[in-house]
Structure formats: C-alpha cells, structure tokens
Design a binder for this molecule. Structure first.
Ligand code: FMN
Length: 278
C-alpha cells in the first residue's frame, strides 16, 4: 500500500516539505557503511536547497563522506492541529562540502601547506601522489609529496592527502603506519585518503569504497574524502604472486585526468566555504 493511499495520511508537495525542514533545527542523518546502518542527530539549517550542519571531524563526518548513500529525516508534531509530520531527504550520491568551524591556518589558499604522502611497493601509487601534488600546486596550494616512511614531522602541514597501494585488500603498510603514528595530529586537520589497486577500469566507472582497514582509519581520524584509483602492474613485477597476477592483469589502469581532477577538488575544498550537504 502506498503512503498516499493510507487513510489519514497526506503526501506533501516538495515546497511544503522544505518549509517544514526549514521550521526545525534537529534532524537525523542516516548512513550505511559496509551495509551497517547508523543514525546521527545533527543541528542544521537550510541554505538554498542544501542542508547545512556543523560537525566535529570524526566518525560522523567520515561516515557521511564515505557512505555510498545518505538519508536525512526531520519530523515534528503540531499539537494545535494534532498532526505529526515527517520529511525524508535521500541521496544516493551526496555532495558534501565541509569547512571546519575555525578557519585553517593561513588566510589564503596559497598559504595552505599540504603533505601528499603514500605507501607504494612498485611505484604506481607514488606516481599518483606526484600527480595529486601537481594538481594542488597548479591550483596555488603549497603541496609537498613524500613517501610515508620518510616523514617524521607532520607539524608544519595544514592538511594531508594519504594514499596506499592495495595489496590483498589492505593498504600498503607504510600508509597504515603513517596514519597510526600521526593520528592525533591528523585528527585535528583536514585529511583526504586515496587507494590505488584495481587492475581493470572499474575505478573509472564507479566509486569503489575503501577497504575495511581504511574505513577504520577514516573513522578514527575523520576524513574529508576517499577515492579509489586504478592500479598498475608491469608484465614482470617480480615476486611469485605478482607474476601470477601479471599474467592475467598486467597493465596501467590509472586515469591521470581523474586523479588530477580529484587533486583540484581538494584544492577547492581548502578554500574557506561553509559545510553543506545537498
Ligand atoms: C600480490 C598483489 C596483490 C594485490 N591485491 C590487490 C587488492 O587486494 N586490491 C586491489 O584493488 N588491487 C590489488 N593489487 C593491485 C595493486 O594494488 C596495484 O598493482 C597497485 O597499482 C600497486 O601499487 P604500487 O605500484 O604503488 O605498489 C594487487 C597486486 C599484487 C601484485
């Protein structure tokens, strides 16, 4: 039975729904990550068709950034009329823009100092990190690129991009260790993650969610976003397992244009804008 056919239930027009959403202050953000549902109450306002909420960097933010679909529910009760109402906004592909409550260090984007760091075994992920650094610098961001094993001091950086090659469904050890070792600093600054792995074109066709370990890292430190890019495997990569995989899947599945575009999107997000989800 549809809601419209339920006695005593009135289906509202979209503009009436937005009016009700505007009239309230607290809503519930519902997210599914790895098929696990979760709900978070948030204070929000409506701004030109976007739901705007402020949140500390942490699980909620990581989840809403990484979740493949999001629902936002607001409901209320009008005692005078004896009527209850409920509005649910759904998005299978939420557009999330985030801004920390306090502005980032440095008044202008040019002064953001960003570290792009990575764990890579055969160089494919290292090159992706270089491309991201290139895109950031082209957009006026002071980006430095360095292997995660070589970074000891993270204090000079305002923001981080951390990437890991995927091996057996796990991030490269150096990327995992970096995230663990510097978790306290990372938790207080904007962080983006990327993974590089699939040896086919799947990463170009759809958003591939992070592997379980990366979801845990993201939840722990709070991240602004994650992307999975295709990987690269040469015909003679060395190593028994890699050689066996290379027989079927050798090739370069990294899309440089997509990677540069992702780097540019990070540069844009570093500009001071308000947090909006629409
Ligand atoms: C032994 C082995 C295991 C791999 N496991 C995965 C995997 O679990 N998921 C994935 O997407 N790609 C996997 N890949 C593909 C690599 O992630 C891909 O080749 C990547 O570009 C390697 O990055 P690197 O050159 O920076 O080391 C695997 C490759 C090898 C050789």
């Amino acid at each position: 039975m549809s809601i419209a056919a339920t006695p005593g239930v009135e289906v509202l027009e979209p503009h009436e729904c937005w009016q009700l959403v505007r009239s309230a202050e607290v809503g519930r953000l519902a997210i599914a990550i790895m098929n696990q549902p979760d709900i978070f109450p948030v204070n929000y306002v409506v701004d030109h068709g976007s739901v705007v909420f402020r949140t500390a960097e942490g699980t909620k933010l990581a989840a809403s950034t990484l979740g493949s679909s999001v629902a936002f529910e607001v409901d209320g009760y009008e005692p005078d009329k004896g009527e209850a109402w409920s509005v649910v906004l759904r998005s299978s592909c939420p557009q999330i823009a985030v801004h920390q409550g306090a502005p980032m260090r440095g008044a202008s984007m040019e002064r953001h100092r960003v570290l792009v760091t990575y764990g890579s075994k055969r160089g494919g992920t290292a090159e992706i990190a270089e491309w991201i650094g290139e895109a950031l610098r082209a957009a006026g961001v002071a980006a430095e690129v360095a292997p995660a094993v070589s970074v000891t001091d993270v204090s000079p950086y305002d923001a981080f991009v951390i990437g890991g090659a995927l091996y057996a469904m796990r991030w490269h050890k150096a990327a995992r260790r970096f995230a663990r070792r510097h978790r306290d600093t990372l938790a207080g600054r904007p962080v983006w993650l990327f993974s590089s792995g699939p040896l086919d074109r799947s990463a170009e066709d759809r958003d591939i969610p992070p592997v379980r370990g990366v979801i845990r890292i993201a939840a722990r430190i709070g991240v602004r976003g994650h992307a999975t890019f295709g990987g690269r495997l040469t015909e003679q990569p060395g190593g028994r397992m890699a050689t066996a995989i290379a027989k079927k899947s050798a090739g370069d599945c990294r899309n440089r244009d997509d990677i540069l575009a992702w780097g540019r999107s990070i540069a844009e997000a570093l500009q001071p804008v308000n947090a909006t989800a629409s």
